[in-house]
Design a protein around this ligand. Structure first.
Ligand SMILES: [Zn+2]
Length: 214
């Protein structure tokens, strides 16, 4: 899926190596001419990790690419290098970690894809719910959680929230595949709410289990 057209020919566009001024691709960690580590360029997380942009990604491939690149940037490899190279390798590693952490998590990946498409899916960090159906669902779940007197009852709320999260992620994949970004945005908000609910249910369940000496 191509959520946002990549800038024309980015993959083929060439930047100059800071050290030897030779040609380097924006994605390259090292100059192919002099082997100097390159500063991170403005490529998106998918490009940085050598993946096609989309919600459905091959997680095994993500891991493989990430750990492969991370190994190349290990500080031990830069022990004898110049300060400049140490700095660039650290900056590359930071960008790489940020890309990996964002893409491996379905929620963060969805928010990032929406951002690439020019949408602010996390414009509301507090996640105030304005959709009436979601508001109702949220109130009912919170009530059920507040009324839970045993860890099993809180556990039931948790199980339901986790099942809703799983089906919400499947719906999200579908929405992205069909490029229904309004729907994807709505689903992201619902998933944020469900994640918070699951977190609260987990904490409440643990509290109830502790006080019952379970
Ligand atoms: Zn070079």
């Amino acid at each position: 899926m191509n959520i946002q057209a990549q800038p024309e020919g980015l993959e083929s566009c060439v930047v100059a190596c800071w050290s030897c001024k030779g040609p380097a691709s924006p994605r390259a960690l090292f100059c192919s001419v002099c082997n100097a580590v390159q500063p991170p360029r403005a490529v998106d997380h998918f490009q940085r990790l050598g993946l096609l942009p989309g919600f459905e990604i091959d997680l095994a491939q993500l891991e493989r690419h990430y750990f492969g690149l991370q190994r190349k940037l290990h500080p031990d490899r830069f022990a004898g290098r110049t300060g400049c190279e140490k700095l660039y390798s650290q900056q590359q590693a930071t960008q790489l970690n940020e890309a990996y952490e964002t893409l491996k998590d379905p929620m963060r990946r969805a928010v990032y894809l929406l951002k690439l498409a020019g949408r602010a899916a996390d414009a509301d960090p507090k996640g105030t719910v304005s959709d009436p159906a979601l508001l109702m669902e949220s109130m009912e779940a919170r009530e059920a959680l507040a009324e839970a007197e045993t860890s099993a009852e809180a556990g039931a709320v948790l199980i339901r929230a986790e099942a809703d999260i799983a089906s919400g992620i499947a719906d999200l994949a579908q929405a992205f595949a069909e490029r229904r970004l309004d729907q994807a945005e709505k689903l992201v908000l619902r998933l944020k709410y469900l994640s918070r609910l699951a977190e609260e249910a987990r904490a409440h369940k643990a509290r109830l289990a502790r006080s019952a000496g379970e």
